[in-house]
Design a protein around this ligand. Structure first.
Ligand code: PHB
Length: 394
């Protein structure tokens, strides 16, 4: 009996000695794991505010469904508005989040120049940076700590280029916004479409800030091309569609095609009837027919009346999923270990199957061909074909 007590006591004492050997760890760390702080930097105001609203709503839904603790650690979302237009603001917020808030992960990034601005901060601080929105292909090369859950423009453009060539479209007028994602979309479309025998009759680029589409639309109309290829960033599609309709391009029979940003679900209801017939390729439609997506759309609309979830929202939802799953694998992992844990991760999103390519830390996913159709009096992007496992290069 006394021998047993002795050995128990010895084990306890050994345990205490083992604990003491952990040295520098603060005492409370043993009783209570440190919180996971996710620093979300997004445009919540300004011309790209819909991106921030969609992503924060989706992150909140993810936490509502999956709990606000993971691997025994409390999850805290810190949301900061970078207003979407000034890269130096995004960089300053990222620095503050790293130094003052001591965030575990940086996330969000509504536009390419903003993701570029934050990348050196992630590298220096060795903090994972989950890109939930921006789509220029080169982004993950800017830091080994970047992992992307959104999409790339080559990925979303290659399928529409093949579709156009196969569907008797020979002559195309192209209009893209003059910055990273627009240039990616233009390059991918031109290469693939020309290789399949197509011709680009004219190509124009419009500024990111305060674009005026009118003169370009007149040129497009005069060109008598069969199709109008377009990339504008989410939200911009509203003004573009209105002018396309008002200037009679649609009525002249010119088919609008492109990656799906121009018929973003956030603005599609406001675009209304003029959007009907637009054919795009994209990784997400709110009309995607799967049980996961039906439940997702219903929950998003219930939580945010009047807001139809768009492709940016799933970038946020899946970004949180990636962070939660990485923490389950390495509960107290440092930045490098978390990024390692994210590589190769595979799951079923509301958008369909997706994974993180371990070599590029970029997203691999199904891209769907869709046509805008009226269903019960509302326009939706109705999927009619798909290309599986499309990598970041398209
Ligand atoms: C981007 O800036 O990377 C971006 C923004 C909105 C989009 C696509 C790409 O719809």
């Amino acid at each position: 009996m006394s021998k047993r007590i002795d050995s128990t006591r010895r084990r306890v004492l050994q345990g205490v000695a083992g604990t003491a050997a952990l040295g520098a760890l603060p005492r409370y760390a043993l009783a209570q794991a440190a919180p996971v702080k996710i620093g979300l930097i997004l445009p919540m105001t300004g011309p790209f505010a819909s991106t921030g609203k969609q992503i924060t709503a989706a992150c909140k839904l993810y936490m509502e469904r999956n709990g606000d603790t993971v691997a025994g650690r409390k999850v805290e979302l810190i949301v900061k508005d970078d207003t979407g237009i000034a890269p130096e603001t995004t960089k300053r917020i990222a620095q503050e989040m790293v130094v003052q808030d001591k965030v575990t992960v940086l996330a969000g990034f509504g536009l390419t120049p903003l993701a570029f601005a934050a990348a050196p901060v992630a590298t220096e601080a060795k903090v994972p940076m989950v890109v939930m929105a921006a789509g220029t292909q080169v982004i993950p090369q800017r830091s080994p700590f970047i992992v992307r859950t959104s999409f790339t423009l080559p990925q979303n453009t290659a399928p529409i280029a093949s579709w156009a060539a196969k569907n008797k479209i020979k002559r195309v007028f192209s209009l893209v916004t003059d910055y990273g994602p627009g240039l990616d979309a233009e390059k991918t479309f031109f290469e693939r479409f020309k290789a399949a025998g197509g011709e680009i009759v004219e190509s124009v680029r419009t500024p990111l800030r305060n674009p005026d589409y009118a003169p370009f639309l007149q040129r497009a109309k005069d060109s008598k091309a069969e199709a109008f290829f377009v990339f504008v960033p989410s939200g911009e599609g509203l003004a573009l569609m209105k002018q396309f309709d008002e200037r009679g391009l649609r009525q002249a029979g010119m088919k609008m095609i492109g990656p799906g940003d121009v018929v973003d679900d956030d603005v599609l209801e406001s675009q209304g009837a003029p959007a009907v017939g637009v054919i795009t390729s994209m990784h997400y439609s709110a009309a995607h027919d799967s049980p996961e997506n039906k439940a997702y759309v219903a929950a998003m609309i219930k939580n945010n009346p009047g807001m139809r979830p768009n492709f940016h929202s799933v970038g946020g939802y899946d970004g949180l999923h990636l962070i939660y799953e990485a923490l389950k694998k390495v509960p107290n992992g440092n930045g490098e270990q978390m990024v390692e844990a994210m590589k190769g991760m595979k799951w079923t999103s509301p958008r369909g199957p997706m994974s993180i390519d371990p070599a590029t830390r970029d997203v691999v996913q199904t891209v769907y061909l869709r046509e805008v159709k009226m269903v019960n009096g509302q326009p939706w992007n109705i999927e009619f074909d798909k290309v599986e496992n499309v990598g970041p290069g398209g």
